[in-house]
Every structure is written in C-alpha cells, then in structure tokens.
Design a protein around this ligand. Structure first.
Ligand code: PAF
Length: 300
C-alpha cells in the first residue's frame, strides 16, 4: 500500500491507475478505524479495481466545544488496518495541504440539514460537504463508500454529488454492530465501562420501535416515545429522536413508505447516533439499506 501526503503525488498515482483502466473506489475516513470502516474497504475491493482511502481529521466539521482535539489519532495502526484490508493507496494530508484560502469557500444544502444532526451541530454538514467535495476532486473516484450509521451524511453527500455533477456513485454499506447491537463508531472509545454497557440502549429502543411498527403502529410520536423511554432508562440524555422520509429527511406524520428512524444522545459527554431505515407497506414493515437509484442526473 502506498502512503501519500501531497495532492500532486496522489493525482499522479490516480492518473496512472486510470490510464491502466482501473476503476477507483474511495473510502474517506477520519481514522480511528474499526470494523465499520473495514466493511467499507471490503465493499470497495469487491466493486472497484483500485482502492483509495483517506485519513484526515477535518477541523471544519467540528463545532466549538466538540471533540476535534481528542478525536482518536493512530496513523500507524490505521495504516496497518488499511493495508490488511485491501487498500492500495492511502492519502494522509496535513491540514495545510488541504486548506488555504479555500476555507472561505462553503457548500451548503437546503432543508436536508434542518433536522437530525443538522439542527444540533450547526455548520457540521457544511464542513463535511467541503472536505468531501475537495477529496472527490483530488481522488476522482468512480465510487465512494459510506456507512448507513451516518445516514444523514450519506444522503447529503449523495445530493451534493448529484447537484454538482460529480461523476461518482455513492454506495451505502450496512451499519456494523457489536454483539449487543451498539453501532461501531470511533467515538465508542470514549465510553467508560458503565457507559459502554448503557450504550446498547439506543439500538434497543430503535428495535423496540421497529417491532411496534411491525405490529401495526403507524403513529411516529408513539414510536419516538418508545425510543426515548428506552434511551432514558439506559442512562442516555437524548439529543433528538426523529422519524423522517428517507430521501428528503422531512419529518413524517404517519409511518408509510421508506422512513429513517434516527436517534442521537449523550452518555456522559459522549454523543452517539444510530438509526434504522425501514419500508412500511400496508401491514408489512421491512428493514432496508438506504439506496440512491438515481445517483446521477446524467448517467455515466
Ligand atoms: O464520516 C466521516 O468519517 C467523515 O465525516 C468524512 C466523510 C470522512 C468527512 O470528513
């Protein structure tokens, strides 16, 4: 696996691979790699011929008082994981390689950031869109891989790619979970022993609400109350619990079609998020992976 720090060098290597006829699959990360990232790498390996990852703790997606300085950084450990899991090239830029005056440039997206993490982390998704757009321009991948745990991020990136005509297919991969259901996250490392036990309460609440939907409950406020009750009983201070339309991320007033049921909450000072996406048709409910069938308005 090649390790590259400069934009000019990665561009040279990507051009070489493209000339050799290889399709580029891209896994952008902030490091702190875990089994969720490994599943993205494996999917990238299956679907593309040259796998590129990036590790960059993006300062502009962290708000004041958030965990930018504590965010787990272990370049050597992360590179080992990448190499063992089929990565061909890793981009490890310093902040000065990425941001100069371009920090004054912004990309924002209407309405998709009004709910869920968008309302509790002002500026976060603008920071994500800026770095992802820059990385897409640098790496020029045919496909980019994101986890469903960060469902709002995936939806927003897909919309940006479609609206700004990036010729990239956004591929969503299922959330990878610990045995007790806790979604893998770099932030799980912050949890104390007690909080780690409590942390499964979020997915338990989501699953209880999904089970209630399976028994015919179609009122979002009833499902949200079930999630809230379970989260609070487990020791969470809920940040939000929302049920939104999967594509528009607008709140729904009745469960039907494909919805995203998402929660965020604090255990001590650690903020965790999780979700279940499901389709409700008549009496049936079925858990689904978010999909973007019309990923490009212009085809490929
Ligand atoms: O999901 C993440 O790790 C980050 O938000 C991303 C997409 C790498 C952008 O910094």
């Amino acid at each position: 696996m090649k390790k590259v720090k400069s934009v000019s060098e990665i561009r040279r290597l990507i051009t070489e691979s493209k000339k050799a006829g290889k399709t580029i699959g891209f896994v952008p990360t902030m490091g702190g790699l875990h089994a969720g990232h490994i599943s993205l790498l494996k999917r990238a390996r299956e679907l593309s011929e040259f796998v590129v990852a990036s590790i960059f703790v993006n300062p502009v997606q962290f708000g004041p008082g958030e965990d930018f300085s504590e965010y787990p950084r272990d370049e050597d450990g992360d590179c080992r994981i990448l190499e063992e899991n089929g990565c061909d090239l890793v981009f490890l830029p310093d902040a000065s390689e990425i941001f100069s005056d371009s920090r004054k440039i912004g990309i924002s997206i209407d309405r998709l950031t009004d709910h869920l993490c968008g309302s509790s982390r002002p500026g976060h998704f603008e920071g994500v869109l800026l770095i992802v757009a820059k990385l897409f321009n640098i790496v020029a991948p045919e496909m980019a891989f994101f986890g469903q745990k960060d469902a709002q991020q995936a939806v927003i990136i897909q919309r940006m790619a479609a609206e700004l005509d990036f010729p990239v297919k956004i591929v969503i991969c299922p959330t990878v979970r610990e045995e007790d259901g806790l979604a893998m996250s770099s932030r799980n490392l912050y949890l104390s022993r007690q909080d780690r036990i409590s942390a499964a309460g979020m997915i338990t609440g989501l699953r209880e609400a999904f089970a209630a939907a399976g028994k015919g409950e179609r009122d979002p406020s009833v499902l949200k109350a079930l999630i809230e009750e379970r989260m609070k009983a487990s020791g969470f201070e809920p940040d939000y619990i929302e049920i939104v339309r999967a594509g528009s991320l607008d709140p729904v007033d009745r469960i039907e079609g494909t919805v995203l049921m998402a929660a965020a909450g604090y255990l001590s000072s650690t903020r965790l998020i999780d979700n279940i996406a499901f389709r409700a048709a008549g009496k049936r409910v079925e858990e689904v992976l978010l999909e973007f069938p019309d990923w490009s308005r212009h085809g490929k």
